[in-house]
Write a protein that binds this ligand. Structure first.
Ligand code: NDP
Length: 403
């Protein structure tokens, strides 16, 4: 029997919901590229329930305990005295979500003597030291496509919010003002702008598709170029290098994975090549941008706005400068954990676990590492390396107390 250690974010400060804003979520037949949705044999939750928090337990407890496994769920994940570190040494399987990642550094992996399987309930396994996980022969799976569209929708929302200066205008209403000039002195239309995506994978392509009706000029850069018919359909301009794209775009949306090639990609040097007054949207990973370079660029006006929901580390300490920098539209890491997305990734985690326990192969599309080797999506989107450096800073986060 296995011990499964699951790290989830805290329950709402008002307690686990007793009811929801909506009664159901739409049924999807498949993902946009035809890939089937998760296919567990059974689920023990109602789609639309809050599953990603501690009491939600990803809907797994009944299934795991019925099979005789030990299931530990905690939000206490950072620092040597955390429940996570205490439970890790004899855990067989670790599950966590990128929104509240259980960082698996080389040091932690060396203590996890029994660990064989790590599941990312979501997409993005950069919170694991891939190099160290390879050396230990670990298998890593994530729920490919589960929240790609959720994120793409958030990107479009963030682009519009920044360009139209929505958030400060909303704030004037809350402040009981009617300060139209204050609101509109930074407000523009998206129409006609040049918008570029760094990567056109599942999220990047979905963003580009969603932006087409806004009558913008679309650009992208990628390691693997899209088929020509897709480029033609969306009227995309392909840039073999990032510099040429950022120098002509008004809006850049970052949609690549974080790995050793993309860490700190948007540093002072690259940002200085962007058009003055550009908007930068990053829902991929915080570490793809140099934290302080972003702040400097907003203060100098090189960037007119920065938005997204990804930080490093997570949770971000209270004094993280992105909380207070000018002209930002940041949220906590939420875009990929809508109730709609949670239903998909909870079912995907269950599918992986069922297959693992029955010794059936995990879907190729879910694999990042297969017994230590880059496989499936991992072989496509990642390179070997470690991007967890500095994750111990997450311990500095202090929980915000309920009022
Ligand atoms: P995909 O794997 O479909 O796309 C990632 C793309 O990044 C691939 O197409 C890959 O290109 C590209 N890429 C990798 N390195 C580079 C590089 N150096 N330059 C240009 N492109 C590069 O993943 P998704 O679209 O589903 O997700 C993308 C990322 O978004 C995830 O890795 C994750 O970090 C983040 N994410 C964030 C979420 C959130 O809640 N905010 C939720 C889900 C994901 P190629 O194919 O050419 O190798």
């Amino acid at each position: 029997m296995a011990k499964i250690l699951c790290v989830l974010y805290d329950d709402p400060i008002t307690g686990y919901p007793k009811s929801y804003a909506r009664d159901d979520i739409p049924h999807l037949d498949h993902y946009p590229d035809g890939m089937p949705l998760p296919t567990p044999k059974h689920i023990d939750f109602k789609p639309g329930q809050l599953l990603g928090c501690v009491s939600g337990e990803l809907g797994l407890r009944k299934f795991l305990e019925k099979e005789g496994h030990t299931f530990i769920v905690t939000s206490d994940k950072d620092g040597p005295n955390s429940i996570f570190e205490k439970e890790l040494p004899d855990a067989d399987i670790v599950i966590s979500q990128p929104f509240w990642p259980a960082y698996l550094t080389a040091d932690r992996l060396s203590k996890a003597k029994k660990l064989k399987l790590v599941i990312t309930a979501g997409i993005g396994s950069d919170h694991i030291d891939l190099q160290a996980a390879m050396e230990k022969g670990i298998t890593i799976g994530e729920i490919t496509f589960c929240n790609s569209i959720s994120v793409a929708e958030h990107v479009v929302m963030a682009i519009l919010a920044l360009i139209h200066n929505y958030i400060p205008s909303y704030q004037w209403v809350i402040n009981k003002g009617w300060n139209i000039a204050d609101c509109v002195s930074r407000a523009y239309d998206l129409e006609g702008m040049n918008v570029g995506s760094v990567a056109a994978g599942r999220i990047g392509l979905a963003v580009l598709k969603r932006l087409k009706p806004f009558d913008v000029k679309l650009h992208y850069t990628e390691r693997h170029r899209l088929p020509l018919d897709v480029e033609k359909d969306l009227n995309l301009t392909y840039h073999p290098d990032l510099e040429s794209m950022v120098s002509i775009c008004d809006v850049i949306t970052i949609n690549c994975s974080l790995h050793s090639e993309t860490e700190n990609l948007f540093n002072d040097a690259l940002i200085s090549k962007m058009k003055r007054g550009s908007y930068l949207i990053n829902t991929a990973r915080g570490k793809i941008c140099d934290r302080d370079a972003v702040v400097r660029a907003l203060e100098s006006g090189r960037l007119a706005g920065y938005a997204g929901d990804v930080w490093f580390p997570q949770p971000a300490p209270q004094d993280h400068p992105w909380r207070t920098m000018p002209h930002h539209g940041m949220t906590p890491h939420v875009s990929g954990t809508t109730l709609s997305a949670q239903a998909r990734y909870a079912a995907g985690v269950r599918e992986i676990l069922e297959r693992w326990f029955e010794k059936r192969p995990i879907r190729e599309q879910y694999l990042i590492l297969d017994r230590g080797k880059l496989a499936g999506m991992g072989a496509y989107s990642y390179t070997v390396g470690n991007t967890t450096g500095g994750s111990e800073e997450a311990v500095k986060f202090e929980k915000v107390k309920p009022n």
